[in-house]
Design a protein around this ligand. Structure first.
Ligand SMILES: [Fe+2]
Length: 188
């Protein structure tokens, strides 16, 4: 679903791009683990994309805009899907941090760091694939049900504001370009 006029359209589109880069990362890890062909530059680009696009740009909009709007409309934060999503965002940040922390030592030939980097990458892919599935099929359907009309338009305007920012000097378009290059390098 790519209806950008809904409360979740932009977020659903971003999910597809995040899933695509996770598939790329999976293939990069496969090549490293099975053939010893570690493309740490490309893996580094994936990590940068997850940090700036998936977390700062995408999770930022969910946490600062969509989730508070849902809470205001009676969907509880604690003991409900929003609390679970927030917890999973935190877990995801931990895996991305672990990938980033181990990337430098791995470049220097530290085999333990390479193993930890790959483990964190696999855990991130597992976590976020399931997480996105839950958002797309449960929480976002609830959101589309409770947010419509002017509230929906207001939310979309605020999404545009966030999407127009720079993330450590990178526009959203530049991050999407990184994703496109990664995909061209490691096609399905
Ligand atoms: Fe999301």
């Amino acid at each position: 679903m790519t209806d950008e006029g809904s409360a979740t359209g932009v977020l659903r589109d971003e999910h597809q791009r995040i899933l695509m880069v996770m598939r790329v990362l999976g293939r990069l890890l496969d090549a490293g683990e099975r053939q010893g062909a570690w493309d740490l530059d490309a893996i580094g680009d994936c990590v940068m994309f997850f940090r700036l696009f998936a977390d700062a740009c995408h999770h930022g909009k969910e946490e600062d805009l969509l989730f508070p709007e849902l809470e205001a409309r009676g969907i509880p934060r604690e003991g409900g899907p929003i609390g679970v999503m927030l917890y999973e965002h935190q877990m995801g940040r931990g895996f991305v941090r672990a990938m980033r922390d181990n990337l430098g030592p791995a470049r220097g030939g530290d085999m333990g760091a390479l193993t930890r980097l790959a483990e964190a990458g696999r855990q991130f892919i597992d976590l976020l694939t399931q997480h996105i599935h839950k958002e797309d099929h449960i929480l976002f359907n609830m959101a589309d049900h409770v947010i419509d009309g002017t509230a929906c338009m207001g939310l979309c305007r605020k999404y545009d504001e966030v999407c127009g920012r720079e993330f450590e000097g990178n526009t959203k378009a530049a991050l999407e370009e990184i994703a496109a290059r990664l995909r061209a390098k490691c096609p399905d």
